[in-house]
Design a protein. Sequence first.
Length: 353
Amino acid sequence: MHLEKIEMTGFKSFADKTVIEFDQGVTAVVGPNGSGKSNLSEAVRWVLGEQSAKNLRGKKMDDIVFAGSESRKPVNIAEVTLLFNNEDQTLPIDFSQVSITRRMNRNGESNCFINKKPCRLKDITDLLMDSGIGKDSFSMISQGKVEQIFQNKPEERRSIFEDAAGIAKYKSRKISAERKLERTEEHLNRVEDILHEITSQLTPLEVQRNTALQYQNKKKELSDIEIALIAVEIETVSEQWQLSKKELIQYQERTKKLETDQSEAQNYLSILKHKEAKINDDIDLLQEEHVQVIQKLEQLEGQKNILEQKADFSTKSKKQQKEIIQDKVKLIEEQELNATTLSSKSKEFTLKK
Ligand code: ATP
């Protein structure tokens, strides 16, 4: 992996956009004191994830933003981009060129980008972790650090050699693995505690489980019996319903017949009433006739008596006697006819009644 280019805008003494390209081989930056050489390495350190203002020779982080000079006004944003050639895939990302950008404004607001896509600062440190170019790696030795290395105690110096040998990342992984192991052991202890607690509850729980199972079985049995009973009830009720339905049909038929009979009887009754009225009229008529006939009979009887008296005591001529006899015969015939009519009317009346 090779650092191809640095672009800086508004970072410390680099107020204007400054681009420095690094060719293959060694690149030296030369300049008088205070010309900004250390600012350049700090720009690299900052992009690689430096979060200490002190390590960037400032009091607070936004001191990295160009604060102005005699000839220039201050700017509000500092931005630095490092462009790496990643053809050898040192950085675990599927690009042959990788740009890493960090930006900050005076309010302390900070943004990071990998290949111009916004990301977290942690994404940048994670990307660089195994590459050997982290902010504290051996690949970055700032001014005065060489002297410090020589003055360090052997064990302090060891970390620099470990970093140079590329085992720092394994050490960091080991530390992180040990931490994970500790946490796992803590979890294991907790699990054992819980297991112990649960084991002591197992017997009463087993009893409860058996009781619950028995309850479930009995409940199922009860439910089955209830269902069977309901089925039988349904069957009985259904049969009764069918029977009642048949009976209802029979009753309906009978009612219909009775209604017809009633209607016929009513018709017959009205006919009879009509006949009765007519008979009553006939009776009235006959009675009137009867009275008339009786009156006539009495009248004829009277006339007969007179005629008999006349025949006995007067000296009437034979002709007169013959006429009297003829009148008498006629009267008798008329009397007989009236008697016959009266008798037949009486019979007819009795029949009609
Ligand atoms: P030396 O050889 O003494 O280490 P150097 O070349 O490394 O010097 P630096 O220390 O990197 O130079 O640069 C310091 C210069 O940067 C100073 O002139 C300082 O005024 C300027 N400078 C630092 N911070 C800012 C800032 N925030 N705004 C403007 N200029 C700044």
